[in-house]
Design a binder for this molecule. Structure first.
Ligand code: C2E
Ligand code: CA
Ligand code: CA
Ligand code: CA
Length: 279
């Protein structure tokens, strides 16, 4: 049938409606959970190769519901994005991570790790984000380069002000990391248009380490590109000693993954820093 001329068919789609209801319920639940303090941040070390010393940390959100069930961010962040709840949630993450970064600086001085925060597509559409970030840094007396903002290619290309927002954050001195690098449609093109300090090579490529040269090609090529462009390079999702060894051979100096350390509470990061200091 031609659009606009045939009779309008309204089909009652129960499954879809149920999904929509579930999502809006979760959105309301997210706001309540934020008010009631059900979220917390874990911090996963990004370590220097080959010695495994902590170099920086990535803040990763967790939601523990009243019944003790822990909900994965992979489940609720997309809902928070779609419903706009990410605005408040993202602000809370930024605030909490910066408060923690300041506490680490007071306690450990120069040994305090730089802190990375994930910023989603919708947050980048808010032209006030750079001012919000500047205000938070100011409040905690943090230098802008002590904060890394992790963005994905999809988010940067999300239209509107996204790219301009990243550029403004970068101009303020905030470190910019491209997350899940290589999984988008024009990751390499983005390196020319977007101010970037760090490339985080997606786990799916790290998984191919130790395989054929074809399987290793992207991880290998990115080592060359990062060196030429003077970018830091982080291998994500490193799970085995063999992968870590291979990364060292390929010239990687930074890695993140369960092989080195899982996401952990801030107090465990303190213990890691103190241990490294006393060595
Ligand atoms: P991401 O930013 O790519 O974060 C890395 C994810 O990989 C984390 O999952 C981390 O726990 C996991 N990971 C780290 N090392 C390994 C490994 O060796 N093996 C495996 N299998 N996984 C590893 P997590 O914490 O479940 O977070 C999932 C995603 O949710 C994140 O992916 C990020 O996109 C999003 N996310 C998490 N926290 C936040 C947040 O505060 N704000 C926003 N906007 N998104 C967040
Ligand atoms: Ca990330
Ligand atoms: Ca990632
Ligand atoms: Ca990811």
């Amino acid at each position: 049938a031609m659009a606009g001329v045939g009779p309008t068919v309204v089909r009652y789609d129960a499954a879809l409606e149920q999904q929509v209801t579930r999502r809006s319920q979760m959105a309301a639940d997210l706001r309540r959970a934020l008010a009631e303090g059900e979220f917390h941040l874990l911090y996963q070390p990004i370590v220097a190769l080959p010695d495994g010393r902590i170099s920086s940390v990535e803040a990763l959100i967790r939601w523990t519901r009243a019944d003790g069930r822990v909900v994965s961010p992979a489940e609720f962040i997309p809902v928070a994005e779609d419903t706009g709840a990410i605005t408040d949630l993202g602000a809370w993450v930024l605030e909490t991570a910066c408060a923690q970064a300041a506490a680490w600086q007071r306690r450990h001085g120069g040994a305090a790790p730089r802190v990375g925060v994930n910023v989603s597509a919708r947050q980048l559409l808010d032209p006030r984000l750079p001012a919000t970030v500047a205000a938070v840094l100011d409040r905690y007396g943090l230098r802008p380069d002590g904060l890394t903002v992790e963005v994905t290619e999809t988010a940067v290309f999300g239209g509107g002000h996204a790219l301009a927002t990243v550029a403004a954050l970068s101009a303020q001195g905030i470190t910019i990391a491209l997350d899940d690098f290589g999984t988008g449609h024009s990751s390499l093109g983005l390196l020319r248009t977007c101010p970037v300090d760090i490339i985080k090579v997606d786990k799916s490529f790290v998984d191919g380490l130790g395989g054929s040269p074809q399987q290793e090609a992207i991880v290998t090529a990115l080592a060359g590109i990062a060196a030429t462009m003077r970018l830091d390079l982080v291998a994500e999702g490193v799970e085995t000693e063999a992968q870590a060894r291979r990364l060292v051979e390929l010239g990687y100096r930074l890695a993140q993954g369960f092989y080195f350390a899982r996401p952990m509470p801030a107090t465990e990061i303190d213990a890691m820093i103190e241990q490294a200091d006393s060595r």
